[in-house]
Design a protein around this ligand. Structure first.
Ligand code: DON
Length: 304
């Protein structure tokens, strides 16, 4: 399929929505980003790329990093990962603490903050610098060796991470965190502060659309079965407590971040990333969700 016309139409039609919603400002550095950005990139396993708008502008990937950190941890531990973190949608805000007490410090899934802290704890146990392992992985799967975390964003988050710290200490009180909390929170903040473009992120997610193999390098990241399972988790848990509505509207597995990015995959066909910083009430990019809804409607392609 030639996506040129579809992306051009989306880029045109999205304009009235740009600036609607709110840029995340609980991490002060993120609050400085203009809400009017919009970029979108779509890549296919045969190496074609379509992009519009600010698709080559780097932004803070935030919780999209949870997808790649989880890929690494799943690759290391396999099914044993699920002894430490669940696989159910939370139905609560991504930074909510309430379920943790009822469920003895086991987070519902790896894509909410508590679950991602457990995943980072797994990586901290295996690597001297967990965030460097995530950065290296992203460089490899995107092909962009310049990818790194933004020091100012990481520091801004570290200074405002008391809720994440509270969650990590709470889980540690149940014996669910092995490494020192401050080390886990620091690595987590740096991993969230990784800066990438829509083009980088679409390329980085392409292995998920290609049975676990990076198409241009031939590197196998995951076997086909864990690749399917990770995509299933994206579908049910990747867009916070809006996952049901997102799937209803878009029909693709996806992972979003409060930087305004959303990565989605159509297995066998393509990976796509959209970025627009202003968020809806759940913390998903308002224009980004709309753009993806239009993509699957106009192309007639989704997983359903
Ligand atoms: O921990 C935080 O609140 C941010 N670094 C990331 C939040 C985000 O993108 C949505 N979380 N699932």
């Amino acid at each position: 399929m030639d996506y040129t016309q579809i992306l051009t139409q989306i880029h045109h039609d999205i304009r009235p929505l740009l600036g609607k919603g709110r840029v995340a400002d609980y991490i002060p550095e993120l609050g400085k980003v203009s809400p009017h950005h919009f970029g979108m990139a779509l890549v296919t396993p045969d190496g074609q790329t379509w992009s519009v708008g600010d698709a080559a502008v780097p932004f803070s990937i935030q919780s999209i990093s949870k997808l790649f950190a989880c890929t690494l941890a799943f690759g290391l531990l396999g099914e044993d990962l699920w002894r430490r973190v669940g696989r159910e949608p939370s139905g609560n805000a991504f930074n909510s603490l309430v379920q943790l007490e009822y469920e003895q410090g086991v987070p519902r899934n790896p894509f909410i903050n508590a679950g991602a802290l457990v995943v980072t704890d797994v990586l901290c146990s295996r690597f001297v610098q967990a965030e460097a392992a995530v950065v290296q992985f992203l460089r490899r799967v995107s092909g962009n060796m310049a990818i790194d975390y933004d020091v100012a964003v990481a520091e801004s988050e570290r200074q405002h991470a008391d809720r994440n710290r509270a969650m990590a200490y709470f889980m540690k009180s149940f014996g669910r965190i092995d490494m020192p909390v401050e080390a886990v929170v620091n690595a987590y903040c740096r991993q969230c502060a990784i800066a990438m473009t829509c083009e980088d992120l679409a390329r980085a997610a392409l292995f998920l659309a290609n049975g676990g193999v990076v198409p241009w390098s031939g590197e196998r990241v995951l076997d086909p079965s864990p690749t399917k399972r990770l995509s299933a988790l994206m579908l049910t848990c990747g867009t916070y407590d809006e996952a049901g509505d997102f799937v209803y509207r878009v029909g693709l597995p996806a992972k979003s971040g409060v930087g305004g990015g959303i990565v989605a995959v159509l297995p066998g066909e393509c990976a796509v990333c959209v970025w627009s910083p202003a968020l809806d009430h759940s913390g998903n990019s308002l224009a980004g969700v709309q753009a993806l809804e239009w993509l699957t409607t106009l192309s007639g392609h989704s997983i359903f």
